[in-house]
Design a protein around this ligand. Structure first.
Ligand code: NI
Length: 259
């Protein structure tokens, strides 16, 4: 009973063995995988994997790395792709001041535009924030839209997590929680109530400690769940059950066999 709430299984890294990757995920109990787009081309791949696999749902939007490539036609194309009930959120959008692959002022401008677009189409958002906590929080606080969604791959401290929770967001925990130097994230996991946590792999990136050196994949979301259970001192099944429900709730996914 698991959901990988954020992966990139649409990417070329999985073209060779996507069927087996999805089968392996199913073997450890991953019922759903959320594929998240980062460029317009990548979003097209997201739509196509959601059509190909019943258990894959999609999120589309333009990652801050690629903010500089957005033009008006980009939004028209995204709007058309959203006309599809397997697309359950808008993202990943936000700010990345670590790699700065797009100029910061452009990232900020396009983040604002995409938040507006998400409001207009009525989808929750998936937020990417790397080394841009203050600016990300300012923008989210000032945004007048319906604050529903996920702070993906959360990397702030508990103070920031608290503000995100108060605004209405869920916090998604990646496989980096398995690393020895994950002290701050461990503190966040300890203090954030279980009913606001999600788990993700961000595959093929952020491979957990246990599989370090190789490509990450949705099956490995189990390592994050195990670590959270350990940190919170609760049974693994409880982490599975609650993060599963949270993920279905935030994305508005109705399981075919009601729980
Ligand atoms: Ni991602």
């Amino acid at each position: 009973m698991l959901i990988d709430s954020h992966s990139h299984i649409e990417m070329k890294a999985f073209d060779r063995d996507r069927d087996q990757v999805i089968a392996r995920a199913k073997d450890v109990g991953v019922d759903y995988i959320i594929a998240v787009g980062i460029t317009l081309e990548d979003c097209k791949r997201v739509v196509s994997v959601t059509k190909q696999y019943k258990t894959v749902y999609g999120v589309i939007g333009i990652h801050p790395h690629h903010a500089k490539d957005i033009d008006k036609r980009t939004y028209d194309s995204l709007r058309q792709m959203i006309n599809n009930d397997k697309i359950v959120a808008y993202g990943e959008i936000g700010l990345d001041f670590f790699r700065n692959l797009s100029p910061r002022n452009i990232q900020i401008k396009k983040f604002g535009e995409q938040l507006e677009l998400a409001s207009e189409i009525g989808l929750p958002v998936v937020i990417h924030d790397r080394e841009a906590h203050t600016q990300t929080m300012n923008i989210l606080e000032q945004w007048e839209g319906d604050k529903r969604g996920i702070i993906h791959c959360f990397s702030g401290d508990y103070g920031m997590a608290r503000k995100c929770l108060d605004m209405g967001f869920y916090i998604s925990i990646p496989g980096t929680i398995t690393f020895k130097n994950s002290g701050q994230l461990r503190d966040v996991v300890k203090k954030v109530p279980m009913d606001r946590l999600l788990v993700e792999t961000d595959a093929p990136f952020l491979t957990p400690q246990q599989k370090r050196g190789g490509r990450n994949e949705p099956a490995y979301v189990i390592y994050t769940v195990l670590r959270i259970a350990e940190i919170k001192g609760v049974p693994v099944e409880e982490v599975e059950r609650i993060t599963y429900k949270n993920t279905l709730d935030v994305f508005g996914i109705k399981p075919e066999n009601p729980l």
